[in-house]
Design a protein around this ligand. Structure first.
Ligand SMILES: Nc1ncnc2c1ncn2[C@@H]1O[C@H](COP(=O)(O)OP(=O)(O)OP(=O)(O)O)[C@@H](O)[C@H]1O
Ligand SMILES: [Mg+2]
Length: 161
C-alpha cells in the first residue's frame, strides 16, 4: 500500500504519470472517493500521459469513453449514473481486451466489473487530496513496487501523522 498527500492538481498529475509509466498491459483500476475527490482529474492526466491529445470527456452520461493508445484501447468509465447491471451489459464491453480500464464509481458496477489490479482511494485532505494505492493481486503489487521507486512519486510527501 502507498499513501501520499497530493497538495494540488500538479501533484495528482505527477502521480498519474508515474502510474502510467509503469502500467502493466490490461490493468484494471478502480478509482474510489466521494464527489469531487479528484478521480476524473487523475484519469484525465493518466490518459494524457498515455498520449491522448484530443478532448478527454467526462463519461458522466455516456458511462464509458474509449481512447486508442499504444497496445490497444484505454477505457474510462464513470458508473455513478448507471441504472442496473443490465445497463452495464448494454455497453458491450465484455469482449474488449483493453490496454487499460479506469473505472470511477466501481461500487455501482459491482458484479459486472472485473476485479481490480489496483484500487486508488482519493479523499479531500486540507486544500489537497490524500491518496491510497492498494494492490488487488500480484500484478498490482509488482506495479506498485515499480511506482514507489519512480522519481515522480518520491517527490510527493507522505502524509503527516
Ligand atoms: N490534488 C488535488 N489538490 C487540490 N485539488 C484537486 C486535486 N486533485 C483534483 N482537485 C480538484 O478537485 C475538483 C474535483 O475533481 P474531479 O472532477 O476530478 O473529482 P471526481 O472525483 O471525478 O468527482 P465526481 O465523482 O463528481 O466525478 C477539481 O476542481 C480538481 O481541480
Ligand atoms: Mg469524476
Amino acid at each position: 500500500m502507498i499513501h501520499r498527500h497530493l497538495p494540488d492538481d500538479a501533484a495528482t498529475q505527477r502521480l498519474a504519470e508515474a502510474l502510467a509509466a509503469n502500467q502493466p498491459r490490461g490493468a484494471v483500476v478502480h478509482l474510489q472517493g466521494d464527489l469531487g475527490a479528484g478521480k476524473s482529474t487523475l484519469a484525465r492526466a493518466w490518459l494524457r500521459a498515455l498520449g491522448v491529445t484530443g478532448t478527454v470527456r467526462s463519461p458522466t452520461y455516456t458511462l464509458v469513453e474509449r481512447y486508442p493508445v499504444e497496445g490497444g484501447e484505454a477505457l474510462h468509465l464513470d458508473l455513478y449514473r448507471i441504472g442496473d447491471a443490465g445497463e452495464f451489459d448494454f455497453l458491450g464491453l465484455d469482449d474488449i481486451d483493453a490496454a487499460l480500464w479506469l473505472v470511477e464509481w466501481p461500487e455501482r458496477g459491482a458484479a459486472a466489473l472485473q476485479a481490480p489490479d489496483l484500487v486508488i482511494q482519493l479523499a479531500i485532505e486540507g486544500a489537497g487530496r490524500a491518496v491510497e494505492l492498494v494492490p488487488g493481486g500480484p500484478l498490482g503489487a509488482g506495479w506498485l513496487a515499480a511506482v514507489s521507486d519512480d522519481p515522480r512519486l518520491s517527490a510527493l510527501s507522505e502524509p503527516k501523522p
